[in-house]
Design a protein around this ligand. Structure first.
Ligand SMILES: Nc1nc2c(ncn2[C@@H]2O[C@H](COP(=O)(O)OP(=O)(O)OP(=O)(O)O)[C@@H](O)[C@H]2O)c(=O)[nH]1
Length: 199
């Protein structure tokens, strides 16, 4: 049997203040949820190992604080990431309206800026009754931008694993595509290659 391939991926989670980024991450990695709110100062990292098909993936997931004053510092952490979660709170329309800015901010730091950079959108806190962002509106926005949309609850553990793992599998596909391109380039550039005989 072939040993599994091992790949390290860096994922980030961004979005407005208090939408539940830390809670989503803790639910995904530790299966825990805390009611009390402690804002993230700057960024923190959690890791999780998962298996996807024939690959062992080590996910290093960067949780970024939504505070405006950390914005430029936090955006330096986007570099080198393989995929991103854009999070908003379905009870807070401003957090939904801010998604455009968060998305542009992340894409501006991805080098080269490219279409294939995977992003998924999470509408969090669907356990609450006072929802203000209709599901169809969020769906439509994500469809326009060609990003998968998940309605989630970090509190009740609804759709959290699915959302992270769809992002992880898309990030893996992109990583494999980049690795293949590098390999093809290095074969083309390699001077000592035996040339195929002709005629
Ligand atoms: N009802 C409900 N509350 C949630 C959910 N997710 C998070 N919360 C609460 O929302 C508050 C903010 O959650 P955090 O996870 O700290 O939010 P954050 O986006 O990381 O916040 P910043 O780091 O300040 O940007 C906390 O009181 C959480 O308990 C959820 O799915 N449902």
């Amino acid at each position: 049997m072939n040993p599994r391939k091992k790949v390290d991926l860096k994922l980030i989670i961004v979005g407005a203040l208090g939408v539940g980024k830390t809670s989503l991450l803790h639910q995904y990695v530790h299966k825990t949820f805390f009611e009390e709110y402690q804002t993230t100062l700057g960024a923190s990292i959690l890791s999780k190992i998962i298996i996807l098909d024939d690959t062992t993936l080590k996910l290093q997931i960067w949780d970024t604080g939504g505070q405006e004053r950390f914005r430029s510092m936090v955006s330096t952490f986007y570099k080198g990431s393989d995929g991103c979660i854009l999070a908003f709170d379905v009870t807070d329309p401003e957090s939904f309206e801010a998604l455009d800015i968060w998305r542009d901010d992340v894409l501006a730091k991805i080098v080269p800026m490219e279409q294939s950079y995977p992003m998924v959108v999470l509408g969090n806190k669907i356990d609450l009754e006072d929802r203000k962002v209709p599901q169809e509106v969020a769906h439509e926005w994500c469809k326009e931008k060609d990003m998968p949309y998940f309605e989630v609850s970090a509190k009740n553990d609804i759709n959290v694993v699915q959302a992270f793992e769809v992002l992880a599998s898309r990030a893996l596909l992109r990583y494999q595509g980049i690795a293949e391109n590098h390999l093809a380039d290095s074969i083309k550039l390699s001077p000592g290659q035996p040339r195929s005989k002709c005629c």
